[in-house]
Write a protein that binds this ligand. Structure first.
Ligand code: ADP
Ligand code: ZN
Ligand code: ZN
Length: 720
């Protein structure tokens, strides 16, 4: 008899411990098992299985409880490796979450240790049997096909030998067995780079390869050929027989990167992002697990794949906020990637034109090894013009498209070049106000304005997704005088551009047009094939795109992000402007950028306009120092949410009273209601993250009842 310790899928914090069960057989760590728990059957995740050194009776007597038996084993082999097991514990420590939630975050949904489990799809396969039987020539041909292949999916055999396949099984010449459906990959085939590296690129590659450091920050202006540097490093690692993980911040960037990677390294490749179905994800997971993929292109969650032999992680656009997970465990991909590289003696390359303040500050202190690319491959930075929209509108120019932008578009259309226009807001109007009481039409579930979407004439809440028709009477004052409209999003911009340039072919790319599977890929491919002249979109078009015939980028409402009260709003605005500007003039033709703003003198705008990261860094660091914000301090945000506003604020006050130490515990801040939940936040701020973490962790351990609706975010990137 074995004693098996299991983690249980249970959101309750004080159940974050293992439970013991008995089993006749040994079960490996990381397998899922069915276990009885409080009159229910739950799924457990095996932590350990050890032979019992006494009889079951003796054990039960000594411990004072009866040991229940495992009711079933769900996996033949462990789902995670030893490394991932250790990583779960590390993640639990740094994010202050439960162990089981860390395992959950790591596994593809079909095999998550959750109570509602779906099964991985199995396929029927055939192989030849030992039975002797007489066959017709055609049957023999089919039989030999199977015999030569060793084994074959039944569907493949049936396709080639429609009726014969079934007969062979009836005759018992073939036997059927089941196997988990698998994705296919092929072996490594490297196509050499189409061009020689320039001096800077060569130096960067050599410096990284010859160094023993683990973490590198590759700071390279947009268009400096960072991707080529990544590929050279990847090639070296692949040739050594080790695996490479290539992380991109957004699913929208995966099609282009997959395309570039597969042209270079063939289909010795796995892909992992949220656009895949649960089954597809599982298949890709297994490809990596069984070492059948050398290079993986993926978003955030790909950092948990069970690599056998990891040699390199590349984190492209490392500053991007989507590398941080919102829900618990709210980990940052960078921390996980660092753990994995240390564990595997692999290298981590953080790449960006606009590194996060934290990363650059660390690189300057030599915590990370800094490598820079200062020149664009074509050696021409785009010309950036700032348009002051307040002045432009006083002169009677169009509120969305200034005269400068209009003329710029006209010129590109004439020259048959392409244009990208960025507006980081979707929908048609951004808000509707009652003509009588002047109240903004808000989401019934959140305290936030709803946006008008012309397609379907509906109001959408961009926070919770709630939709409704424009009401005939005002929900606040019951008047039927109607609403006035304010602000605009990509839909209205599209209409405006179309009105100005009826002959131009326009593609719009935002969350509304990319909901369908492969939509990102299809829209970008169409633009890449020059099936459109103008690409209009939200931030999803600002990053990574590399289209040589784009010579004009227009940025509409470029400084809108500065209105946010977040401590990082200048940084994110600067990043967005720099990234968007970087899409222009990437080949021989010099690029132009027209930046429409309301505050042309703000340093986030002026530094972006002169493509001057270092000057932005200096000014922003001075501001962060003045307000003692990260990276000068660490933050832990604790958010309480509840449908009951009183319970919410009581809980928040209790936390504020009870968590204290050698750091600052801020007052309770009431946040806007979201998805019917009232929300209160307490912010801890201090110079020693360990002390802060311990204080929160001790508080959690001291709670007899589970603290309901409490969300903890260590190093939060957004405070809303
Ligand atoms: P980044 O990622 O730094 O913005 P990319 O890697 O996308 O830049 O490179 C920008 C463009 O320059 C791409 O079209 C790429 O194919 C091209 N390129 C990169 N390196 C070279 C080189 N050594 N010689 C010629 N073209 C290059
Ligand atoms: Zn009203
Ligand atoms: Zn809402």
């Amino acid at each position: 008899m074995e004693i098996v310790k299991c983690w249980i899928e249970h959101p309750i914090r004080n159940l974050d411990q293992t439970f013991e069960y008995a089993s006749e057989t040994h079960i490996s760590q990381g397998c899922r098992v069915l276990i009885p728990f409080r009159n229910r059957q739950l799924i457990g995740f095996v932590e350990s299985s050890k032979p019992m050194e006494e009889t079951l009776k003796a054990y039960e007597k000594r411990n004072g409880f009866s040991l229940k038996k495992i009711e079933g084993v769900l996996d033949n082999e462990p789902l995670i490796t030893e490394e991932l097991h250790d990583l779960a514990f590390y993640m639990r420590e740094i994010t202050l979450s439960t162990t089981i939630s860390c395992f959950q975050a790591m596994l593809p949904s079909v095999v998550k240790p959750s109570t509602h489990h779906k099964k991985a799809v199995v396929e029927r396969w055939v192989k030849v049997s030992d039975e002797k039987c007489s066959l017709t020539p055609k049957q023999l041909e089919a039989y030999l096909t199977v015999s030569q292949a060793g084994e074959l999916p039944y569907s493949v055999l049936r396709k080639n030998y429609p009726n014969i396949a079934r007969v062979l099984i009836e005759k018992k010449a073939l036997v059927v067995f089941t196997k988990e459906k698998q994705a296919v990959s092929s072996s490594l085939s490297i196509t050499p780079s189409p061009y020689a590296l320039n001096q800077e690129q060569k130096q960067a590659v050599e410096e990284i390869l010859s160094s023993d450091d683990t973490v590198f920050l590759l700071k390279g202006v947009t268009g400096s050929g960072k991707t080529e540097v990544y590929f050279q490093l990847a090639q070296k690692v692949l040739e050594e027989g080790r695996q490479v993980l290539f992380l991109v911040p957004e699913i929208g960037l995966t099609p282009m990167m997959i395309d570039r990677v597969s042209k270079r390294f063939g289909s010795y490749l796995a892909v992992y992002h949220s656009g895949l179905s649960a089954q597809e994800k599982y298949e890709q997971y297994q490809l990596v697990h069984h070492g059948k993929a050398g290079i993986v292109v993926g978003t955030r969650s790909a950092v948990f794949l069970p690599f056998e032999n990891l040699g390199l992680i590349i984190m492209d656009e490392e500053h991007d906020g989507s590398y941080k997970q919102d829900s618990q465990p709210s980990y940052h991909t960078r921390d996980i990637a660092m753990f994995r590289c240390r564990y595997n003696q692999a290298k981590l390359i953080l790449g960006s034109a606009t590194p996060s303040l934290d990363s650059y500050a660390r690189a300057l202190k030599h915590v990370y090894h800094l490598v820079t690319l200062n020149h664009r491959v074509n050696d021409t930075l785009p010309h950036i013009h700032i348009v002051n929209m307040k002045e432009a509108m006083e002169e009677g120019q169009n509120e969305m498209i200034s005269d400068a932008l209009r003329d710029g578009i006209a010129l590109r259309l004439k020259n048959r070049e392409q244009v990208i226009i960025l507006l980081n807001r979707r929908g048609y109007y951004s808000l509707l106000k009652c003509r009588k009481c002047q109240q903004v039409l808000k989401c019934p579930h959140c305290d936030l304005a709803m946006s008008y979407h012309k397609e379907g004439r509906i109001m959408k809440c961009h926070t919770c997704g709630y939709q409704m028709r424009v009401p005939r009477i005002c929900p606040s004052c019951q008047s039927s005088q109607g609403f006035t409209t304010y602000g605009y999003g990509t839909q209205k911009l599209h209409d405006q551009v179309h009105t100005m340039f009826p002959e131009a072919r326009i593609i719009r790319m935002d969350a509304d047009t990319t909901g369908k599977k492969n939509a990102h890929h299809d829209l970008l491919q169409a633009f890449g094939n020059k099936e459109a002249d103008i690409l209009i979109g939200t931030q999803m078009i600002a990053k990574g795109l590399d289209y040589p015939s784009v010579t004009l980028v227009g940025i509409v409402n470029g400084d809108e992000g500065l209105n946010r009260t977040d401590y990082r709003s200048c940084e994110t605005t600067f990043d967005l402007l720099m990234q968007a500007a970087g899409r222009s003039g990437r080949s021989e033709t010099a690029g132009e950028v027209i930046l429409q703003v309301n505050d042309p003198l703000h340093y986030a705008v002026t530094c972006a306009a002169s493509s001057d990261y270092d000057s932005f860094f200096t000014q922003e660091m001075a501001y962060r120092h003045a307000v003692m914000a990260p990276p000068y301090t660490y933050l832990i945000s604790i958010t309480v949410s509840s449908t009951n506003p009183k319970r919410c604020s009581e809980m928040a006050l209790k936390i504020q009273r009870e968590i204290s130490g050698d750091f600052k515990t801020g007052g309770v801040i009431e946040l806007l209601r979201k998805k019917d939940l009232y929300r209160n936040r307490i912010l801890l701020k201090g110079r020693n993250l360990e002390i802060m973490r311990n204080a929160v962790s001790n508080w959690l351990d001291s709670q007899k009842n589970k603290p309901e609706g409490v969300r903890i975010d260590v190093n939060p990137l957004v405070l809303d």
